[in-house]
Design a protein around this ligand. Structure first.
Ligand SMILES: *Cc1c(COP(=O)(O)O)cnc(C)c1O
Length: 358
């Protein structure tokens, strides 16, 4: 028998969440974002589930090549473009689209001796200040790209810093949109704008392409819960109780003895720890389901195990099912308790966790 910890990936939920994107922005084409092993869900499984999408987006060039080899024929865009002139040939050979965000990349393209036509997403830094050309420098970058014979077409791209924040953001989405439109109006090229937050909260935004990520996996970028948006969790991390301890008042649990019982308690030991991707910083009280009943983490998370309060589940026994996150236990709740976001938990699922497709 293998260890009872398993991440169950629900491909029907992935498909359902994609249909939510379609319903929200029916006029836009979608690059489903499958970077970081499809946010921990498995690249191949995600590509199958998103087969109705118009394209895929990711960071890792080797994974883009893998998708081509597996038979993905529709567009694939590299969200950070390339890092080395040698990548340009791979991009051309596999018909990948590329983001261009800095002058150094244009230099490399200008020097590259290759004549296969390229599709470029020219990124504007409208206020995120991470990747992209400042609005004032964007137009010159556009003109430089147009002069490179291998560049066949140019799409216009930007990324929002705070699309999930309704008001009061330091850099509101409206400001970013305005800066973007000011430079791109009058030029002909497809627009590639919205992440999940913008799709969910600003579906009216005019864009030819959207780039949904977290919402496809049944997470949310903040604000409301995934359920409130009609999204279904695609990853359920399941385990079991592997031991039970009856402790007395004054007994402590685990490393550092950070939790001390104020009464006699029944404690369940769950096969899941930080080496599986569960956050070690999750505090006492972080929610978890045992036998479908909501209870709480107590004591420090260790590498392979964690301990939970069985008071609300008196009949729990060795072998009782545990839902760490996913169906019935929103990943955002676990993330919030641990001072992080669902994104990080999904992506941090470790290699040793068995993955099963449902
Ligand atoms: C990751 C990423 C996305 C997807 O963001 P979500 O918040 O997961 O929807 C979109 N665009 C770019 C450039 C990204 O890097």
């Amino acid at each position: 028998m293998s260890r009872p910890l398993v991440a169950v990936i629900d491909s029907a939920a992935l498909q359902h969440n994609f249909s939510v994107v379609r319903a929200l922005v029916p006029q836009a084409k979608s690059f489903c974002v499958v970077k970081a092993n499809a946010y921990g869900h498995g690249l191949d499984c995600a590509a199958r589930a998103f087969s109705a999408s118009d394209g895929l987006a990711l960071i890792e060039i080797e994974n883009a090549v893998h998708l081509r080899e597996k038979g993905w024929k529709k567009p694939i865009v590299l969200l950070e473009g390339f890092f080395d002139p040698q990548d340009i040939q791979t991009i051309a050979q596999h018909n990948l689209e590329l983001t261009v965000h800095c002058p150094e990349q244009i230099d490399m393209l200008a020097r590259a001796k290759q004549d296969v036509p390229l599709v470029v997403h020219l990124k504007m830094n409208t206020g995120m200040n991470r990747l992209g050309f400042k609005p004032k420098a964007w137009r010159a970058a556009y003109d430089r790209l147009r002069a490179i014979s291998a560049v066949r077409s140019i799409k216009f791209m930007t990324h929002f810093a705070n699309a999930e924040i309704a008001s009061g953001a330091h850099m509101p989405i409206a400001e970013q949109v305005q800066r973007f439109q000011q430079e791109t109006t009058g030029l002909s090229g497809e627009l590639n704008l919205s992440n999940s937050a913008a799709i969910l909260l600003h579906p009216e935004l005019k864009t030819d392409w959207v780039r949904p990520g977290i919402m496809l996996y049944g997470g949310t970028p903040g604000g409301k819960t995934a359920e409130a948006y009609g999204l279904k969790p695609a990853m359920t991390l399941k385990s079991e109780i592997i031991a039970i301890q009856q402790i007395d008042k004054g007994d402590a649990i685990g490393y550092g003895s950070i939790f001390v019982a104020d009464r006699p308690m029944k404690i369940g030991v769950v096969a899941c720890g930080y080496a599986d991707g569960y956050p070690r910083r999750a505090p006492d009280g972080t929610p978890i389901l045992v036998d479908g009943v909501r209870t709480r983490l107590v004591g420090r998370v260790s590498m392979d195990m964690m301990t939970v309060d069985l008071t609300p589940v008196p009949n729990a026994r060795v072998g009782s099912p545990v839902t760490v996150w996913g169906e019935g236990m929103p990943i955002e709740e676990v993330a919030n308790a641990s001072g992080t976001v669902g994104y990080e938990l999904m992506c941090a699922l470790s290699l040793r966790v068995r993955v099963e497709e449902k």
